[in-house]
Write a protein that binds this ligand. Structure first.
Ligand code: SAH
Ligand code: SF4
Length: 494
C-alpha cells in the first residue's frame, strides 16, 4: 500500500517536470540537457545512473559538458576530505556557467551533503546552488526538482532554493535507470552500514543497513542477463550482512549468490564490499562451486575484495573492525585453498591516530603474508562526527612517508604476482580500444586487472581468452588465444 502510494507520487512528480521540460523543448527547439558528475565509490555511480534515468524520464537528455546543460547534478562523496574539497571546488566553478544561463538548475546531492556542516557551507557560500539533498533519497529527486521549478516560476515565492536533509531511507524499486555501459551493470543489493568503523563517515551519511528483497534482485539480474550484460557487480557497503534485516537468518548473501549463479545467461558476477568479520565458510563454498572449474563453470569472477585496513591488532581494535590480523590471514588462506587462482585485493589506511611505527610494520607484514594482488591505499582523513577524528592526529609527514613505503612494498608484490601470469591464458571482458594505444584493445581479467592485446574492436563487450606475454605493476599484456580468433564474429567459445 505504502509502495503504491510512493510510486504514484513519484510518477506525478515526474509528469510535473515533464510538462516543464516540454515547454523548454518548445522554446529552445531541443530537449534540455542534464549533466551528472559523480564523485566517489561504485555505489555513487549506481545512484547516478538512477538519477540520470529519472532525469531522462522527466524529459532531459544526457549531455557531456556542464555548459550544455539546464540541469547539473553533482553526486558527491564524503569518505575523505580530498573528495569533498574537489566537489566544492568544482561547484565553485559553476558560478560563471549559472551567470550565463539563468535557466540552469544546479543540484548537489550525495554523501557530502548529508552532513549538516556541508549542507550549511553550500547554503551560505554557494548561493547559485538551487537544490541540495542527501544520499538516501534518490526516489525523492523528482519531487524535489518539481518543487524547485515551481518555486522559481512563482513570482510570490521568495525562498527559491531548496535544501533537504536526509529524510526517509526507503528502498524504491522500479526507478528508471540509464546504465553507462551496455555490458557491465551495477546492482545494489543493500544500502547503508551498521558497522561504525571509528574512522568512517558512511553509516552517518547513508544510514542503517537496508536490504532489497531477493525477488527484486533476482528479477533485475535476470533482466540484465537477458539483455546480454556480461558483468554484474553486486553492491553494498558490507554485502556479507545482506538479508539480516529482512530474513531473520534464513536467507543470506551466500544464498543470494547461489541463486544468482543458477540464473540463465552468459555473465560473470562480482561483488563488493565484504567485511572480513562476516565472510562465512558457506560464502566461500558458494564461490568455490561457481567459479573456475566449479560446478557451474566460471560464473563468479575469482576476485575477493577484502579490506584489511590495518595489520596491527591494536589499531584494528581502535578502528572497531572486530577481527584480528590472524583471523584475517586465516580467511585469506581458506579462500586461496578453496578457490584456486583467486585474486585478493584490499583497502589499507595509513596514519590512523595512535598508529606507531611498530603498528605500521605490522601492516607491512600482513601485506607480505597475504600476498595481495592489489591494494587501494589511503592516508587517514579525519571525518567530522566520527570518534577517530576527536583523537590526536599524526603529523602529515609521518602519514606521507608511511603511504610511500606501503606503495613501494605493494608494488613489488603486485609486480611479482603479475609476472606469474606470463605464459598463462586469462579470460577477459573486452572493454574496447586502449586509451594509450589505439592499435590495441583492453579488457579486464577476473581480478579486474587491465589486460592489453591486439584484436578486433568488435570484441568489445564480449569475453575473450588472452595468453599473457608480458606484465608490469598495473597491467598485463598478451595475445588473443586461437580459439577467439577462429570465431571471426568475435563470439567466444565459452
Ligand atoms: N564499506 C566498505 C568501504 C567503504 S569506504 C568497507 O567496509 O570496506 C572505502 C574505503 O575507504 C574503506 O575501506 C577505507 O579503507 C577507506 N576509508 C574510509 N574512511 C576513511 C577515512 N576517514 N580516511 C581514509 N580512508 C578511509
Ligand atoms: Fe565504513 Fe566500516 Fe561501514 Fe565499511 S564497514 S562503510 S569502512 S563503517
Amino acid at each position: 500500500m505504502e509502495d503504491k502510494k510512493q510510486e504514484k507520487s513519484i510518477e506525478e512528480a515526474i509528469e510535473g517536470v515533464r510538462e516543464y521540460t516540454a515547454r523548454r523543448t518548445a522554446e529552445a527547439q531541443k530537449k534540455p540537457g542534464v549533466y551528472i558528475k559523480t564523485f566517489g565509490c561504485q555505489q555513487n555511480e549506481a545512484d547516478s545512473e538512477r538519477l540520470c534515468g529519472i532525469a531522462e524520464a522527466m524529459g532531459y537528455v544526457n549531455v557531456g559538458a556542464p555548459e550544455e546543460a539546464e540541469l547539473i547534478i553533482f553526486n558527491t562523496c564524503a569518505v575523505r576530505e580530498h573528495a569533498e574539497l574537489k566537489a566544492l571546488s568544482l561547484t565553485g566553478q559553476l558560478k560563471h556557467i549559472k551567470a550565463q544561463n539563468p535557466e540552469l538548475i544546479i543540484c548537489v546531492c550525495g554523501c557530502m551533503t548529508a552532513q549538516d556542516h556541508r549542507m550549511g557551507d553550500l547554503k551560505n557560500k554557494y548561493p547559485y546552488v538551487d537544490l541540495i539533498f542527501g544520499a538516501t533519497s534518490p526516489q525523492k529527486f523528482p519531487e524535489y526538482l518539481l518543487n524547485t521549478i515551481r518555486r522559481r516560476e512563482d513570482a510570490h515565492e521568495s525562498r527559491k532554493r531548496l535544501f533537504f536533509p536526509d529524510s526517509d531511507a526507503l528502498i524504491t524499486e522500479g526507478l528508471p535507470v540509464r546504465r553507462e555501459s551496455s555490458y557491465k551493470a551495477w546492482v545494489s543489493i543493500m544500502y547503508g552500514c551498521n558497522n561504525f568503523c571509528t574512522y568512517c563517515v558512511v553509516p552517518y551519511v547513508r544510514g542503517r543497513e537496508r536490504s532489497r528483497r531477493r525477488e527484486d534482485i533476482l528479477a533485475e539480474v535476470s533482466e540484465l542477463a537477458a539483455e546480454g550484460y556480461k558483468e554484474i557487480t553486486l553492491l553494498g557497503q558490507n554485502v556479507n550482512s545482506y538479508g539480516k534485516d529482512l530474513y531473520n537468518g534464513e536467507y543470506d548473501f551466500a544464498d543470494l549468490l547461489g541463486d544468482i549463479c543458477r540464473l540463465e545467461g552468459d555473465f560473470w558476477i562480482r561483488f563488493m564490499t565484504s567485511h572480513p568479520k562476516d565472510a562465512s565458510d558457506r560464502l566461500i563454498d558458494v564461490i568455490a562451486e561457481n567459479s573456475g572449474e566449479g560446478k557451474t563453470g566460471p560464473r563468479i569472477a575469482r576476485h575477493f575484495h577484502l579490506p584489511l585496513q590495518a595489520g596491527s591488532d591494536k589499531v584494528l581494535r581502535e578502528m572497531n573492525r572486530r577481527y584480528t590480523s590472524d583471523y584475517y590471514l586465516s580467511l585469506v588462506k581458506k579462500l586461496k585453498e578453496k578457490v584456486p587462482g583467486i585474486g585478493i585485493t584490499s583497502d589499507i589506511i595509513v596514519g590512523f591516530p595512535g598508529e606507531t611505527e611498530e603498528d605500521f610494520e605490522d601492516t607491512l607484514k600482513v601485506l607480505e603474508e597475504a600476498g595481495f594482488d592489489n591494494i587501494y591505499s589511503f592516508i587517514y582523513s579525519p571525518r567530522k562526527g566520527t570518534p577517530a577524528a576527536e583523537r590526536e592526529q599524526l603529523p602529515k609527514e609521518v602519514k606521507s612517508e608511511r603511504f610511500a613505503k606501503l606503495l613501494e612494498v605493494q608494488n613489488s608484490i603486485s609486480l611479482k604476482k603479475n609476472r606469474a601470469y606470463i605464459g598463462k591464458t586469462v579470460r577477459v571482458l573486452v572493454e574496447g580500444i586502449s586509451k594509450n594505444d589505439p592499435s590495441a584493445l583492453t579488457g579486464r581479467s577476473e581480478l579486474n586487472r587491465l589486460v592489453h592485446f591486439k584484436g578486433d574492436e568488435k570484441l568489445t563487450g564480449r569475453f575473450a581468452d588472452v595468453i599473457i606475454t608480458d606484465a608490469d605493476i598495473y597491467t598485463l599484456s598478451g595475445e588473443l588465444a586461437e580459439k577467439n580468433e577462429t570465431n571471426g564474429s568475435g563470439d567466444c567459445a565459452w
